[in-house]
Every structure is written in structure tokens, then in C-alpha cells.
Design a binder for this molecule. Structure first.
Ligand code: NAD
Length: 458
């Protein structure tokens, strides 16, 4: 364990975004935009070949989000080229590339599917990252992220990686280590927690940090909904258990981390952002009440966690995947002077409310945060912005979600330090379609499910 990871100074964990946003807004909104673009290319970092300001991109994980992110990367200002892609499964690649081509049709950085190098298998990430690229998008299921991120940093690539960035504490520790190495190498790293790039969140969060609602005593964060996609393959459609779990990755913890990590991380990250801190301990409860069929692997369908920060304040968190119940994807915080309400990635739901009824709403125009996070990252790459690195905060919000899962699975109060130091890895020992999976079904195809009070998690 990297003992100092738990003690990283708060300032280094939470890189403020307001400076980047204001530079970006300046470039977009003033008559200096054209001059700014020229300045950007002249300031291009040393990764670019002399005389060519094209940012060459690789993509690992050619699925829904990976292809979306590639389209957004190609839609940033300046020349961008998608050079190489890789996926564990060869047969998803052409479909994914056609999705990207459709999303950029008519835009300056259009590309031809047949120009892209394609790789498949568990080692495809190495071939993509070893290609002639400046930046790589990592968008596989999150269990692989620490390995892929580490390799990208080894090879000196800028990175956009989707959230979450790991599924267990050893993965988080690896990302924290590589985040430091990325900084030393001056690599820019974006993490797909797009609320941090959403104008209304940024504007109102600044006011909270400037004291608009006083000291924050508690927050409430939710990802309650009906659930996600159904398993994609049945047993008779695959040859091995590894292949089965890979296709149905959401339902296996080593790949997904359970939905508290995979999805609810967005809201937990906002709670941490509000506090500019991360929890020091937690307790919680959860279970599997409705989504109980064996095809749903090993994850729970609901979690409720009470997180505690060092100053004693709380973050109350709920996430549920059960149809027919109250749905909410949002964040709220209660301070000594007022409250803030943030509406689940939707600019219209964001405001600060004072006890006398006064309401402060965001003045910022809505811009798609999935696009803005790429605009910001590419601007940082092109201008060689100092310390543009979201890996640490992404890792600590990932760890917050893992801490929550460890609490609901064990039924115990756990500290962040205990959890982050845990030597229990949930990852496979090797990667191949005939390799052993870390969790195996019994003769009836059922997986072991965590039992609070019995399961050992740290
Ligand atoms: N920021 C957001 O709002 C947001 C939204 C959706 C998804 N995501 C994140 O994006 C990631 C991918 O989700 P998705 O919805 O695109 O899933 P997906 O299943 O559509 O795509 C994942 C792809 O990765 C491939 N893959 C799996 N293991 C691989 C490996 N070892 N090497 C190479 N390829 C591999 C799969 O075959 C698949 O094509 C997840 O971490 C998810 O949380 C983020």
C-alpha cells in the first residue's frame, strides 16, 4: 500500500476547474477567438510533430461511451485524428467506428472508418497505446482502468479515462500512483465526471465555496432509478465463464464495482466537490431484493450509505436499481446559511435557496458537459496547461464509492484508511478468455452474494 495516498493534501486531490472554464469561455466568447486558436497551435506541447498541430487519438473500449467520447474528441477545436482503436471483442469494432463516423459527419474532423487501425483481445490496449498517438481514451469496463492508465502513463500519453477509474482499493492505489507519475511527466488527464465541466455546477459550486450557504453540515446524493441494461449473452452463446462475464460486465464486481461505484460515483463526486474533501469513514446497508435472478451476477440492487467527513459533516447517499420506485439523480447540500440543489446533470435543476425564500439560479448557458470536458482537456493538451490532472480526484471519488460498497457488503463501519489500505484484490490473476474468473458460479449458475455481518471485505 502506498501509505501516503490517504494523506494526499486536499488541494492536490481537488484540482479547481474554474480557471480552465474561464479561459475556455474567453476563447469561445470573444472576438479574440481566431487569434486564440492561432496562439493555441503555436503553444502546442512538444508531443506534436513540428509543423503539425494534429492531436492523434487512440480509443480503448469501442462501446457506447468510448465511441461517444471519440466523437466528442473529434469535435473539439483544431485538428484531431482517430488513429487506432482496440476492443476485447473484434466484432464490435466496425459498428462502433460507424457510430463515431455518424456523430462527426459534416464536422471538420470527419474520418474514414477504413483509415483506423483496429486491434482486439485483452492486449489490444497495448497496441493502441503503442501506436503513433498523443492521447488515449480509456472506456472499457472500469476494472481494467488501472492497468490501462498505468500503461498509458508509462508510454507518455495524455489520457481521457471514463469513470470509475477502478473497482477495488488496489486499483485505486495504482491510479493514485500513476496520477503522480503523470504529473511529473506533464501529461494531461481528464476523467469522465462531466458534472465538473457543467457550467451551472461550476458557477453555483464557486458560490458555495465562497460561503453562499455557510458551512456545509450535510449533503444528500441520489442515483435512484429502474436499473441498467439486461445481460447481453446467455451461457449457451459463449464458450467460457470469462467470456460470459465480459459480455455481461455490469453484474460482476471485478469489472463494474457494483452500481454504487459504476453509476452513483457521479453524485458522490459532487458531494466530495461540495466539501472539497473526501469521507474519512462510512457505514451503510444494502441488498438484492428484486434483481435476484442468477443472470444478474453478484451485485446488489440497492445501497444506502452515511459517509462522514473529517469535520464531522455527513453525506447521505442512496442508489437503487429497482423499477417502480421513486427515481432521482441529484445532489443537495445543507449549510448553516442556505441550501444548494443540483439537478442530476441537468442545468435547469440547479439553484441555491436561502431561508427567506431567495433563490440564486445559474446564469450560465447550458453546454453539453460531455463535449465541454473534451474541449477543456484538448485545450489543456494544446496549451500544455500546468497540472491539468483529474486522476487524483477521480480516484478518490472512485474510492469513496468503493468504501460505500464495502460498508453495505460487510455491514460494518469502515474508515477510508482501512478501506484504501485493504490488500483484498477482486481482480483476476491473468487475462484471457480461458483464464479463471475471480468469482465463479455454483453448479446451478448462482454466484456468491455478499452477506452483511458475514462477508469479509477488507
Ligand atoms: N460519464 C458518463 O456519464 C458515462 C456514461 C456511460 C458510460 N460511462 C463509463 O464508460 C465505461 C464504458 O461503459 P459503456 O457504457 O461504454 O460500456 P460498453 O459495454 O458499451 O462498452 C465497453 C467496451 O469495452 C470493451 N472491453 C471490455 N473489456 C475490454 C478490454 N480489457 N480491453 C478492450 N476493450 C474491452 C467491451 O467489449 C465494450 O465494447 C464505463 O466505465 C462506464 O461507467 C460513463
Amino acid at each position: 500500500m502506498n501509505g501516503d495516498a490517504a494523506c494526499l493534501p486536499i488541494d492536490s486531490i481537488f484540482t479547481p476547474r474554474t480557471d480552465l472554464m474561464s479561459r475556455r469561455t474567453f476563447l469561445k466568447n470573444t472576438a479574440a477567438a481566431a487569434a486564440g486558436a492561432a496562439m493555441l497551435s503555436s503553444l502546442s506541447s512538444s508531443v506534436f510533430a513540428a509543423g503539425d498541430d494534429t492531436v492523434k487519438v487512440g480509443l480503448v473500449g469501442v462501446g457506447g461511451r468510448g465511441t461517444g467520447a471519440a466523437g466528442q474528441a473529434l469535435s473539439t477545436d483544431g485538428r484531431v485524428k482517430l488513429v487506432a482503436v482496440g476492443d476485447a471483442f473484434a466484432d464490435v469494432i466496425d459498428y462502433g467506428l460507424n457510430q463515431v463516423a455518424n456523430s462527426v459527419k459534416g464536422k471538420p474532423n470527419e474520418f474514414k472508418v477504413e483509415d483506423v487501425q483496429k486491434y482486439s483481445g485483452f492486449d489490444a490496449y497495448k497496441q493502441v497505446i503503442d501506436s503513433d498517438i498523443d492521447m488515449v481514451i480509456l472506456a472499457t469496463p472500469p476494472g481494467f482502468r488501472p492497468i490501462h492508465f498505468g500503461y498509458a502513463v508509462d508510454k507518455g500519453r495524455h489520457v481521457f479515462m471514463e469513470k470509475p477509474v477502478a473497482t477495488d482499493p488496489s486499483g485505486v492505489r495504482s491510479v493514485l500512483e500513476n496520477a503522480k507519475r503523470a504529473k511529473l511527466k506533464d501529461l494531461k488527464v481528464g476523467v469522465g465526471l462531466q458534472r465538473r465541466h457543467e457550467s451551472s455546477y461550476i458557477e453555483l459550486m464557486k458560490q458555495v465555496h465562497d460561503g453562499a450557504i455557510g458551512d456545509v453540515l450535510a449533503s444528500r446524493v441520489y442515483w435512484n432509478g429502474g436499473g441498467v441494461w439486461e445481460p447481453k449473452k446467455t451461457r449457451d452463446q459463449v464458450k467460457t465463464e470469462m467470456e460470459y462475464q465480459m459480455w455481461n460486465w455490469y453484474y460482476y464486481n471485478w469489472l463494474c464495482g457494483d452500481h454504487i461505484t459504476e453509476q452513483h460515483i457521479h453524485n458522490l463526486d459532487v458531494g466530495n466537490w461540495i466539501k472539497n474533501a473526501y469521507p474519512v469513514s462510512a457505514n451503510g446497508m444494502g441488498g438484492r431484493q428484486v434483481r435476484t435472478d442468477k443472470r444478474y451476477g453478484e451485485i446488489y440492487d440497492h445501497h444506502a450509505v452515511e459517509f462522514t467527513y473529517a469535520d464531522g459533516s455527513k453525506m447521505f447517499s442512496q442508489c437503487r436499481h429497482i423499477p417502480g420506485c421513486w427515481s432521482a439523480v441529484e445532489e443537495h447540500a445543507h449549510g448553516t446559511k442556505g441550501t444548494i440543489h443540483l439537478g442530476g446533470g441537468n442545468a435547469r435543476g440547479c439553484y441555491i435557496q436561502m431561508p427567506n425564500g431567495d433563490k440564486i439560479t445559474s446564469k450560465a448557458a447550458y453546454e453539453n458537459p460531455y463535449q465541454v470536458e473534451h474541449d477543456d482537456l484538448f485545450q489543456a493538451i494544446r496549451t500544455n496547461a500546468k497540472d491539468y490532472n483529474e486522476a487524483e480526484s477521480g480516484a478518490m471519488s472512485t474510492m469513496t464509492s468503493i468504501l460505500g460498497r464495502l460498508c453495505t457488503y460487510s455491514g460494518k463501519v469502515l474508515t477510508m484508511e482501512q478501506a484504501l489500505n485493504s490488500e483484498i484484490s477482486i481482480m483476476p490473476k491473468s487475462f484471457a478468455f480461458d483464464a479463471e474468473t475471480p468469482v465463479k458460479p455454483n453448479e446451478n449458475g448462482e454466484y456468491p452474494i455478499a452477506v452483511p455481518g458475514q462477508s469479509v471485505v477488507v
